[in-house]
Design a protein around this ligand. Structure first.
Ligand SMILES: CC(C)(COP(=O)(O)OP(=O)(O)OC[C@H]1O[C@@H](n2cnc3c(N)ncnc32)[C@H](O)[C@@H]1OP(=O)(O)O)[C@@H](O)C(=O)NCCC(=O)NCCS
Length: 177
């Protein structure tokens, strides 16, 4: 990991409530710490809410025990338009010894208020109540081309002529009666 960018996103003492039937810390608990640690690192790269889109292979190399201090080190390894990729290294401290437990990689995506991906560096848009509004409004419809405009004008003129003719015919019929 790059020492300039890595930071311990999480340090947590392991409690008995998180054990599996064999007395070690349940893998799902460690996965959730990996996910949260990566999300904390990813959040430093966007003002938007970040969601986990993918977690790559996680191999549990050593068991984690009750009383261990679990540390998740994070390192942002890639950034795309909407996504941030974070490597997470997990260590357990036990009786002064540091044990490398596992490594993981997770990808987080910045999303708007409607859970749609949004550019990491885009601004947050708020509505008139101050709530976060969808930041990607529908694109405005393109102005009509001159051909379309003249076609529409022609149709309008035809319609007006037809209406005038209809009124004249009605008047003529009334006069005959
Ligand atoms: C995350 C989510 C918004 C992405 O939506 P999407 O329609 O797949 O988005 P896109 O295809 O436009 O991809 C958006 C970004 O995610 C990346 N991405 C999408 N699927 C991916 C995958 N399986 N692996 C890696 N990256 C992925 C794309 O490469 C893209 O990154 P970039 O913009 O930096 O190039 C959507 O899948 C989602 O809501 N998932 C549920 C998230 C969730 O509930 N997580 C658990 C709790 S936080």
């Amino acid at each position: 990991m790059n020492c300039d960018t890595k930071c311990p996103a999480i340090r947590q003492v392991m409690f008995p409530k998180d054990t599996n039937p064999s007395g070690n810390i349940f893998g799902g608990i460690i996965l959730s710490h990996i996910d949260v640690a990566g999300a904390i690192a990813a959040r430093l790269h966007s003002k938007h809410r970040m969601v986990t889109v993918c977690m790559k292979e996680v191999v549990f190399k050593k068991p984690v025990k009750v009383g261990d201090i679990l540390t998740c080190w994070t390192d942002v390894v890639a950034k795309g338009r909407t996504s941030v990729t974070v490597k997470i290294r997990v260590e357990a401290e036990r009786h002064g010894e540091v044990i490398h437990v596992t490594d993981g990689e997770a990808i987080y995506v910045a999303v708007d208020s409607q859970d749609r991906p949004i550019a990491l560096d885009s601004e947050i848009v708020t509505d008139n109540k101050g709530d976060i509004a969808p930041a990607t409004p529908a694109a405005p419809t393109a102005p009509a081309s001159t051909d379309e405009k003249s076609e529409k004008k022609g149709k309008k003129e035809k319609k007006e002529k037809k209406n005038k003719k209809g009124k004249k015919d009605k008047k003529g019929k009334k006069g005959k009666k």
